[in-house]
Design a protein around this ligand. Structure first.
Ligand SMILES: [Zn+2]
Length: 250
């Protein structure tokens, strides 16, 4: 194999490896996203549950306070039945009225906490549903990821082996150029030469679509051992068989 053929073989394998890896990565990142969303929802539910507990505790404390106040009121009333003077009676009446007024305020507070607890309870139910739905999503994504792994996994490691072998065949300098370009152009280290107009000898780069001087195309045609790059984007150029044959005839 000539240098250009070796590079092209490496390029084709590299493209296949990247394609499969992209599919596998997509399935994995989908699963990660669904997992993260589930964790968020579970966390949110725990927070709401905590708030619910606090509101319930406050409401029962208020309930207890009200019971104590009522017991006190009852005691004052008993005392009022037993008093001898008007003055004592009036003093106790003031106490009772003050207690009643305070009880009213506290009752309002307790009702507030109770309605808050109701709202939080509804929210918990809502979140329970969302968590269950999200668990289903995670399950599906997990299946998809496993499927992708079993379908792609073996093929991928197979191709990675072939790619490594193909890379071994390419001389170090050309391989470095290839790797650098692959990194720069997201795997597109090489580009096919496109024939725009045979009569006017116009050609362009299949990577950046900018014209390639005929001299470069001729170099590619005459030598298979020279790395020819696109003057604009720097990708390694190659000729496809159809164009090569057509140009050779001429
Ligand atoms: Zn180009």
């Amino acid at each position: 194999m000539s240098l250009n053929e070796k590079l092209h073989a490496l390029f084709l394998l590299d493209q296949q490896v990247r394609g499969l890896r992209t599919r596998l990565d997509a399935a994995q990142s989908r699963l990660t996203r669904h997992h993260q969303r589930l964790e968020q929802l579970v966390q949110q539910r725990a927070e709401v549950q905590q708030q619910y507990k606090v509101a319930k505790t406050k409401a029962s404390a208020v309930e207890l306070q009200i019971q104590e106040m009522e017991a006190k009121i009852d005691r004052f009333r008993e005392q009022m039945n037993a008093v001898k003077t008007n003055k004592e009676y009036s003093a106790l009446l003031i106490e009772v009225n003050t207690l009643k007024e305070n009880r009213g305020k506290i009752e309002e507070e307790g009702l507030g906490e109770l309605s808050k607890a109701d709202e939080l309870e509804a929210k918990i139910t809502e979140l329970d549903g969302a968590v269950a739905d999200q668990e289903k999503m995670v399950g599906l994504a997990q299946k998809e990821e496993e499927q992708a792994r079993s379908e792609i996994g073996t093929r991928l490691s197979d191709l990675e082996g072939q790619r490594a072998a193909a890379a071994e065949e390419v001389p170090a300098e050309a391989r470095q150029t290839f790797d650098r370009l692959a990194k720069m152009h997201d795997g597109e280290a090489m580009a096919v030469v496109i024939e725009e107009d045979r009569r006017h000898r116009e050609y362009s780069c299949g990577g950046c679509y900018i014209s390639v001087p005929i001299e470069r195309v001729s170099s590619l045609l005459s030598s298979n051992e020279e790395v020819v790059v696109c003057p604009s984007c720097g990708r390694i150029l190659f000729l496809d068989e159809t164009l090569k044959t057509a140009m050779a005839k001429k």
